[in-house]
Design a protein around this ligand. Structure first.
Ligand SMILES: Cc1ncc(COP(=O)(O)O)c(C=O)c1O
Ligand SMILES: [Zn+2]
Length: 409
């Protein structure tokens, strides 16, 4: 196992203290495995009888052992025929990662990264987060009994802050943006020797995130979908999804790579701009209701653009209004409750449909990355309050007559 810079082709051993970025170009690194030896000693058949969680693919993670604790990954993957019909595609699938222990996709990254930190004797963990990565780090820090500091921007939704506090870690609300919290966490980790789990610059997080691709492939009988729709903030999830399919191709377990459709909020679209214009990532001043994808400078943006291109995929942007409307739509037609960053994938499909970018014979998978109850405020905003009535039949009948055209018998 080696750390590799995909730009300079330099390599480092994967060991503590962890090399976070390339010494030449300061770009993010990736973990490379000895795929020939893995292929020789491991097959799809060897998965039989193993529990359906992310640890079943252990030879493709940089850790020795699975965490003995709550299952992580192994999330439901199911069809949503109403969505397939409305977008005129063969199939729509939903991968509901809101069912993870801390209710978001980020458990995949934190479980693997913190297990690596534990196995490599780091005494303390730190992370900056828009909310979910911190909540996941806090959850797995509690499982592994590791002292942990989490840096959050003040704008993090209250439910995410509360769940972090429940995990008993040190939570610091930074009076600034996510990007400022990110930089402070990196500087403190450097100074105090903490394991910095920050998304993007920590090469292990992508190793956990790629697990979703293994699961999707297996849940779809090793015939992956044509398109996977992924919401993008820092760009680490989408680069992880891409790496997962690349590795399955290297092992010969699948024969095709799904196209990745990246969805960003209009007010936080640095990756989409770079992909469209063919330029390096330029920071934006982000502004969106989807807090989890509200990012000025995507910390894994270059890898995200590479993953989109490598998959022959594309990127779209969506408005906050469309993101909010997609919350009840996914609840009604998709069988899933999604927070705004996750409902964005549904809004992105509307955009792609409107632009005539979808093919009728495609099987499309929506990666739903965070549970709807993570951000009650956004869900309330998307649907408004229900009507209220007096506790009498008279009041009910009057309501039904007025609003539902109830005819008197
Ligand atoms: C629910 C949810 N969706 C999408 C994302 C975007 O992931 P990334 O920042 O790796 O692009 C995040 C990241 O925090 C998230 O929490
Ligand atoms: Zn480099």
């Amino acid at each position: 196992m080696q750390l590799h810079c995909p730009v300079c082709d330099l390599q480092w051993p994967l060991q503590a203290p962890l090399q976070y970025v390339c010494t030449e170009c300061h770009g993010n690194l990736e973990v490379l495995y000895d795929y020939d030896s893995i292929r020789a000693s491991w097959s799809r058949e060897s998965l039989q009888g193993k529990p359906f969680d992310l640890w079943r693919y252990l030879p493709l993670y940089p850790v020795e052992q699975a965490i003995q604790g709550p299952p992580v990954g192994g999330t439901p993957c199911f069809q949503a025929p109403r969505l397939a019909k409305q977008w005129g595609v063969r199939e729509v699938w939903v991968k509901n990662d809101g069912t993870n222990p801390s209710a978001s996709f980020k458990d995949r990254a934190s479980a693997v990264a913190l297990q690596w930190a534990k196995e490599n004797d780091y005494p303390t963990v730190a992370a900056a987060s828009t909310g979910n990565a911190g909540a996941a780090a806090a959850f797995w820090a509690a499982v592994l009994e590791m002292p942990t500091y989490i840096f959050l921007p003040e704008t993090a939704p209250p439910a995410k802050v509360a769940q972090l506090m429940a995990c008993g870690v040190n939570v610091l609300m930074v009076r600034g943006t996510y990007d400022q919290a990110f930089d402070l966490c990196a500087e403190a980790s450097q100074k105090f020797g903490w394991f910095n789990r920050n998304t993007g610059t920590n090469p292990i997080t992508r190793e956990g995130k790629k697990s979703v691709s293994f699961e999707i492939a297996e849940q779809m009988q090793w015939d992956p979908p044509d398109v996977i729709v992924v919401s993008v903030g820092d760009g680490n999830i989408i680069s992880g999804v891409g790496k997962g399919f690349d590795e399955l191709l290297k092992l010969g377990w699948i024969t095709k790579r799904p196209k990745l459709l990246a969805v960003q909020a209009e007010g936080s679209a640095a990756v989409t701009h770079a992909w469209k214009q063919g330029t390096a990532i330029q920071p934006v001043s982000s502004n969106t209701i989807a807090d989890s994808i509200s990012v000025d400078l995507p910390r894994d943006g270059e890898a995200a653009v590479r993953a989109i291109r490598n998959s022959d995929g594309w990127a779209v942007t969506v408005t906050d209004e469309a993101i909010l409307q997609a919350i009840p739509e996914l609840a009604q037609k998709g069988g899933v409750l999604a927070e705004p960053a996750a409902s964005a994938v549904c809004a992105g499909m509307h955009e792609a449909h409107k632009a005539g970018q979808l093919q009728h014979d495609w099987r499309v998978l929506l990666l739903v990355t965070g549970h709807g109850l993570k951000d009650i405020g956004a869900m309330q905003k998307s649907v408004g309050p229900p009507p209220s009535i007096a506790p009498s039949m008279e009041a009910l009948e009057s309501f039904l007559r007025n609003s539902h055209n109830l005819k008197q018998e």
